[in-house]
Design a protein around this ligand. Structure first.
Ligand SMILES: [Zn+2]
Length: 112
């Protein structure tokens, strides 16, 4: 048993959550709050241009997230992440959510 991690919702996540039906939003945020340290390590990274982000699935939705402890240690030199803080590593940052394949188009717009 390991403890759950606090979840930080980035502005882009909050924006993308608005396009999700209200009835699903609560389930999604509750699900995210249940992710613990063991779970987060098992969630896979994307490949290619977004390889600093992990892809997590809830039902039909795909969520792009990162774990600050890993983001900071592995990717700090490659990407300019302005969310992770070396004094606050044990948390999850959620970046975006949508149904596939809309999510990929959105991410492309946002990060390229
Ligand atoms: Zn980061």
């Amino acid at each position: 048993m390991s403890s759950t991690l606090p979840v930080f919702q980035s502005e882009s996540f909050i924006m993308s959550l608005r396009s999700i039906p209200r009835s699903h939003r609560e389930d999604i945020t509750l699900n995210l709050k249940r992710i613990d340290k063991e779970d987060i390590r098992r969630i896979r990274y994307l490949k290619g241009e977004f390889k600093h982000l992990k892809k997590y699935r809830i039902g039909d939705y795909r969520i792009f997230l990162s774990y600050c402890a890993e983001c900071y240690n592995k990717f700090r030199k490659k990407i300019n992440c302005n969310i992770c803080d070396e004094n606050f590593m044990e948390r999850i940052v959620v970046h975006s959510i949508d149904k596939r394949p809309k999510l990929y188009k959105k991410m492309k717009r946002r990060y390229t």
